[in-house]
Every structure is written in structure tokens, then in C-alpha cells.
Write a protein that binds this ligand. Structure first.
Ligand SMILES: Cc1cc2nc3c(=O)[nH]c(=O)nc-3n(C[C@H](O)[C@H](O)[C@H](O)COP(=O)(O)OP(=O)(O)OC[C@H]3O[C@@H](n4cnc5c(N)ncnc54)[C@H](O)[C@@H]3O)c2cc1C
Length: 375
């Protein structure tokens, strides 16, 4: 029996229907560019996979029409606070917001299309999914990080539950838990477990409580700090506690730090050391410096022409675009470059860029990211 493989074409293809994929799709729609989104599951699928109790740390507030768009909005004219009537949406709620935006702008999406391979043949990309070959001239990679868990930070990580595998903290039955990783995900797990009266040991390889930085990408959010204060008595917090190894033994699991200090627990430790990147699927099309891909000023791969990256892996020098309010400011940069290549009317492009600039949705001058708050 032969599997039927269909072949299709669009000028532009976006991989992934998350916050970045839907967000940039709206801008392409405004210029009537021919495109499609290929998505492996459904719209907002990463958000739907968050633990039930986890909520946005960045607050939503409808300031849009005073030119201060909701921090979690992916377009200047929409607001999760307005749609969802909450300040800190859950993942499931935020996916509803993304579905609303996609419906409103009639975004073309093919779901159930998991990209397996990307080949560049002369001027065209050939995108292979399980049952389709799709050809395109411009490709925007928006497949995110969340569904690609980081495993290899320490020996024996296979004995841990990665925090992205937890459906609800209430489902964890043990009395005490060790959490490895003391940044947002680690504290999120600690707070929710403490709320259900578990004894929590949190191993932070740094000291994130004392680290305060003007850039929200490098410092715990005020929302998380408020939650920690309420649960502090139930959380045993260790700083500079870098884990070397996790071993399974008769009593459960032994966690050893680089300092040789040992902890014993009956329950699988929770690995909250972060995510890998979907870019590992297409790594041959990018150059990397440390963990981040090198990008041109238009967020295009430095090695593969017409391949763009949007979303939280975008980094230029110290400017890390890992929050929605940050990476949404690059949608217009990519849209403009592609629209020019496709000979879209210049006045229409200028009009779109002007509108995005008015709403702080268009960031080209990255010198702003060097500043520290005065107080
Ligand atoms: C617990 C947690 C809390 C967070 N809180 C905040 C917050 O408060 N504020 C904030 O701004 N950010 C927050 N973030 C970060 C934010 O969620 C991400 O930056 C955002 O989801 C990135 O959007 P994205 O569209 O790039 O990726 P995703 O939302 O992961 O979307 C990627 C899409 O691509 C699809 N996909 C993946 N691989 C393939 C493939 N091979 N083929 C086809 N499709 C594929 C996925 O199914 C998914 O739908 C948080 C993240 C986590 C994990």
C-alpha cells in the first residue's frame, strides 16, 4: 500500500500556530500575501499543554487604544484581558484568545501537519510532513520551544519528570518533591505544589531570588515573587545548588549536587531546567553561537536565504525576545522584508509599518535593550 503524498505551494509558509505564528500571520494577511500555516496539532497547542494551574506571569490589561497594547497581545488591536476577562490567563485560556484572533483574521491553517524535514532546492523550500510535500519561497519558523524539552543538563535526567509533562500539579500524589531549576518554571512548580501542602525542596543553580535586573528576561517576575512570598514557609530553597546526578535507589531517588551534597526523595524529581528548541529540527539551515541562531537584521538565517525565525529564540546581542511583548515587535520587520521581495505595493507596506510603529509593535533600534531602570 502506498501513502498518498500531496504537493502544494504558497509564496510564504509559517511553521507553527502558536503566539508567534498566528501573530506574524495577521501582518501577512494585512498585505494580502499568499501564505499558509502548517501546524502539527492545533492552534495554541503548546499553551493547551501547560499544567492546568500555570498562569501567565506578564499581566494583561487593555491599554490598546491609548497606544499601550496589552502586554500579551499578538496584534495591536486585540487584548487577552478584553477577550478572557483575566489579568493572568491560564494556557488554555490564552489558546482561546489565539483561536479568536485566527478566526477573526481568517488565517489559513493546515493542522495535523508535523514538519519532519526541510530541504532547500535552488530558490524553493521543500517542507516534508508525514503526508505532504509543501513548496514555498519564504519560510518563517515559528515552532517554539515548549514541546522540545531539555533533558541533558545533568546525569540521570531520565529519572525525572520534566515540568512540561505535568498536566496538573494536583495529580502529583507524593508528600514531598525535589525541584531542579530555580527560574520561572521551577518556582511555578514549587508554588503550586506548596499550595497543595507538599513539602518542596527547590534546587537553584544560581540565586534567582536575589538577582534583580531591569530586563524581564533575566529576572523573576513580580507576579512570581508575590506568589513565592505567600508559600515561602513551605519551600526549602537552596542557592548555588547545581545538580550533578540523579540516581534511582531502593528508597526512591538520590540527587547529588556538584558540591557533593545529597538529597533523598521518594518521588521522581521535577526537572525544571528549561526547554530545548524546535530549531534542532532544522539546525543545518542556521549558524549558532552558544544556544542561539545567528540572524540578520531582518531575523533571517545568516546561512539560508529566505528562512526567517520568529518567537522566543530570537536574540540579537543582549536583546533576548523571549516574551510575547518582545518578539511581537519583530513581526513587522520580517513582514516588510518578505513583502518587498514579493513586490507588494510600497505605500501599503509603509502604511503597515507606520501603524505598527505607532503601537510600539515595531522595534529596529535595539540600543533600547541596553538600558537599566533608574529606580
Ligand atoms: C510556563 C510558561 C509560562 C510562560 N509565561 C509567559 C508570560 O507570562 N508571558 C510571555 O510573554 N511569555 C510567557 N511564556 C513564554 C511563551 O509561552 C512563549 O514565548 C510562546 O509560547 C512562544 O510562542 P511560539 O509561537 O514561538 O511557540 P509555541 O507557543 O510553542 O507554538 C509553536 C507551535 O508550533 C507547533 N509545532 C512545533 N513543532 C512543530 C513541527 N515540527 N511541525 C509543525 N508544527 C510544529 C506547536 O504545536 C505549536 O503550536 C511562558 C512559557 C512557559 C512555558
Amino acid at each position: 500500500m502506498f501513502l498518498q503524498v500531496t504537493i502544494s505551494y504558497t509564496d510564504v509558509t509559517i511553521i507553527g500556530a502558536g503566539a508567534a505564528g498566528i501573530g506574524i500571520a495577521v501582518q501577512l494577511t494585512k498585505l494580502r500575501i499568499d501564505f499558509i500555516i502548517l501546524e502539527k496539532d492545533s492552534i495554541g497547542s503548546s499553551f493547551k499543554k501547560w499544567p492546568k494551574e500555570t498562569r501567565f506571569i506578564s499581566p494583561s490589561f487593555t491599554g490598546n487604544f491609548f497606544k499601550m497594547p496589552d502586554l500579551n497581545a499578538i496584534t495591536p488591536d486585540s487584548s487577552p484581558a478584553y477577550t478572557l476577562l483575566t489579568e493572568h490567563p491560564s494556557g488554555k485560556e490564552y489558546a482561546t484568545y489565539l483561536e479568536n484572533v485566527a478566526k477573526h483574521y481568517e488565517i489559513p491553517i493546515k493542522t495535523g501537519q508535523q514538519v519532519k524535514k526541510l530541504i532547500k532546492k535552488e530558490d524553493l523550500f521543500e517542507i516534508q510532513t508525514q503526508n505532504q510535500t509543501h513548496k514555498t519561497k519564504h519560510l518563517i519558523w515559528a515552532a517554539g520551544e515548549y514541546q522540545y524539552k531539555k533533558q541533558g543538563n545533568f546525569k540521570g535526567s531520565k529519572h525525572c519528570t520534566h515540568n512540561s509533562e505535568i498536566k496538573s500539579f494536583k495529580e502529583l500524589k507524593g508528600e514531598e518533591y525535589i525541584i531542579i531549576g530555580g527560574y520561572e518554571s521551577g518556582f511555578d512548580a514549587a508554588i503550586h505544589l506548596a499550595k497543595t501542602n507538599k513539602k518542596v525542596t527547590l534546587l537553584d543553580s544560581h540565586n534567582h531570588i536575589d538577582l534583580v535586573n531591569s530586563d524581564s528576561s533575566y529576572s523573576l517576575s513580580p507576579y512570581t515573587r508575590d506568589q513565592i512570598k505567600k508559600q515561602a514557609e513551605k519551600i526549602e530553597y537552596y542557592t548555588n545548588a547545581r545538580v550533578k546526578e540523579v540516581k534511582q535507589n531502593k528508597q526512591g531517588y538520590e540527587v547529588t549536587l556538584e558540591s557533593s551534597k545529597k538529597f533523598q526523595t521518594k518521588n521522581k524529581p521535577i526537572n525544571a531546567t528549561g526547554f530545548d528548541s524546535s530549531l534542532k529540527l532544522v539546525k543545518e539551515h542556521f549558524e549558532f553561537e552558544k544556544d542561539y541562531p545567528l540572524l540578520t537584521e531582518h531575523d533571517e538565517s545568516t546561512t539560508t536565504k529566505n528562512l526567517y525565525l520568529t518567537g522566543p529564540q530570537v536574540k540579537h546581542e543582549n536583546a533576548l525576545f523571549c516574551f510575547i511583548y518582545k518578539f511581537r515587535q519583530r513581526f513587522g520587520i520580517i513582514t516588510k522584508k518578505i513583502a518587498e521581495d514579493l513586490n507588494v505595493n510600497k505605500e501599503e507596506i509603509d502604511e503597515l509599518v507606520q501603524e505598527l510603529k505607532e503601537y510600539n509593535f515595531y522595534l529596529e533600534d535595539l540600543s533600547c535593550c541596553e538600558n537599566e531602570c533608574e529606580c
